[in-house]
Write a protein that binds this ligand. Structure first.
Ligand code: KIV
Ligand code: ZN
Length: 532
């Protein structure tokens, strides 16, 4: 199955996306079920070959989301991560068994450091366990992927021995992760070439690579390994992932597409015109923004500021652009709408931006758009997109709505906020003081609803430039063991923040109701997390 060649023979590179597993594992990137399903839908639209949906044994919540994704995905393989333990493999299999193409992804560390200090196992015991668990998984599932964790700090001969052993045991894919982002591109390419040269049964499996970005080299290492013959690249959207992240899918794919001279005959199935949308969906789902100068999907990736560049671009776009904005799905003609725009123009633009909503949702969005157009001179694509994603991300009905708020603050007084909410059709109001108007408003809401919340993270950003820009607030609050995400939009930053908190609180209240009066903080997911 493996090619291990760099010649011109046609070579189909498989893209394995781990945004929902390694990506979700990174601090500040947790997603709820609805958000994970939206991301999975984007990944299918992109045409990735494999979606790693999570680590099923980590918690009951992770199990449920892996199972829901496995049931929802129509064409891609759906993988669950699993330690090389039969009890973990059983849970992984249970979660993915309904997928059209289930894949068990099991792993064990092979570096002396990990074997001695983390696993407390001898190399022989690790080898035996790897082989035994691949055989065990193959008895359940036709697609079994095995990863040699920390392989770039492992002894070469041991890597060859384990790769050969797990392929003999039935692994259909063998993954060589640079777990701690230690490799250098030339060295990693040679490492992969060495595996092709020294493992006799190597062509019976697909060889994958999985690179972390601790030295900022994840994409460079991934591309070097593809040149050396790797058949599967593991990546995440926007490069999110443990610590400094994983190889960014959009960078790897656009690297291949822009420099075919470096990757003769290599192709992948990804529809690059959906990269921009996929990136925006992951930002919306995780609340983790992309830096402005991020390659491919950053705000400035296709902006030309310097006069000399603008002049060149007007003469010929190739002067300063090595790829077109359209190739990643960035609409060329950014359209602006205003208060005189009708529903038809509004709906058409939503469709052009890649959204499909029910009539009722369009009606709601149109009302919000009119309200915004009254406050802002022009409503841009970015504004529309932020509003649409806000609706898309709402997973539960709004039991609690903001009716009004009044804040009183300044540098010489204690901030006070009076918040009035519509709670199940009844108006309730409370006043609280705090460290600034946002804190006072949050306290008023918490006290009024008798909630004990811990603010885990909070960020505010502007959707567009300009004085009348909409503020977008993203929040994560903890209630016991459970984490709730919320987003809020408004041209007023205090209002955006209150809306973000209420977005999270509505999910919490829904859970409280479905757990029949029990505190949502004591619901199923309070089991301690297991991580790889
Ligand atoms: O980085 C890593 O080694 C991993 C494995 C579990 C594949 O994420
Ligand atoms: Zn990883």
């Amino acid at each position: 199955m493996s090619t291990g060649t760099t010649d011109n023979a046609a070579r189909r590179l498989h893209i394995f996306d781990t945004t929902l597993r390694d990506g979700e594992q990174s601090p500040g990137c947790s997603m709820n079920l609805k958000e994970k399903l939206l991301v999975a839908e984007q990944l299918e639209g992109l045409k990735v070959d494999v979606i790693e949906a999570g680590f099923a044994v980590a918690s009951p919540g992770d199990f449920e989301s892996v199972r829901a994704i496995a049931r929802a995905v129509k064409t891609a393989s759906v993988a669950s991560l699993s330690r090389a333990l039969s009890k973990d493999i059983d849970v992984a299999w249970d979660a993915i068994r309904d997928a059209k193409r289930p894949r068990i992804h099991t792993f064990i560390a092979t570096s002396p450091l990990h074997m001695q200090y983390k696993l407390r196992m001898t190399p022989d015991a690790v080898f035996e366990q790897a082989v035994k668990m691949v055989q065990y998984a193959r008895n359940l599932c036709p697609e079994v992927q095995f990863s040699l964790e920390d392989s770039t700090r492992s002894e070469l001969d041991f890597v060859y021995r384990v790769v050969e052993g797990v392929i003999r045991a039935g692994a259909t894919v063998v993954n060589i992760p640079d777990t701690v982002g230690y490799a250098m591109p030339e060295q990693f390419g040679a490492f992969i070439a060495g595996i092709f040269a020294h493992v006799p049964n190597i062509r019976k499996a697909r060889i994958a690579i999985h690179c972390h970005n601790d030295l900022g080299l994840a994409v460079a290492n991934t591309l070097a390994a593809i040149r050396a013959g790797a058949d599967q690249a593991e990546c995440t959207i926007n490069g999110i992932g443990e610590r400094a992240g994983n190889a960014a899918l959009e960078e790897v794919v656009m690297g291949l597409r822009t420099r075919p001279d470096f990757f003769p005959g290599v192709s992948c199935a990804v529809d690059t015109t959906r990269l921009y949308n996929a990136s925006r969906s992951v930002v919306a789902a995780t609340g983790s923004r992309v830096q402005a100068n991020k390659a491919i999907v950053g705000e400035n990736a296709f902006a030309h500021e310097a006069g000399i560049h603008q002049h060149g671009m007007m003469a010929h776009s190739g002067t300063y652009e090595i790829m077109t904005p359209e190739s990643i799905g960035l609409p060329k003609n950014r359209m602006v709408l205003g208060k005189h725009s009708g529903r038809h123009a509004f709906e058409t633009r939503l469709t052009e931006l890649g959204f499909a909503f029910s009539d009722a949702a369009v009606q709601l969005l149109f009302a919000q758009f009119k309200d915004l157009a009254d406050r802002k001179k022009v409503v841009s694509d970015a504004d529309l997109e932020a509003m649409a994603r806000q609706i898309q991300g709402q997973s539960v009905p709004e039991r609690i709505k903001l009716d009004r708020f009044i804040v009183n603050s300044g540098n010489t007084i204690t901030a006070t906020s009076t918040v009035r909410l519509l709670k199940n059709g009844i108006l309730v109001e409370h006043v609280a003081i705090g460290d600034g108007p946002i804190d006072a408003s949050f306290k008023a809401i918490e006290q009024m609803l008798e909630l004990d919340l811990k603010l885990e993270s909070f960020s505010l950003g502007a959707v567009t430039g300009g004085e009348d820009a909409q503020g977008e607030a993203t929040i994560k609050v903890r209630c016991g063991e459970r984490l709730y995400n919320g987003r809020g939009l408004s041209t007023d930053i205090v209002e955006a923040s209150i809306r973000a908190l209420l977005d999270a609180v509505n999910v919490l209240l829904q859970e409280r109701e479905s757990s029949a009066g029990k505190s949502p903080c004591l619901s199923g997911e309070s089991v301690p997390k297991v991580s790889p």
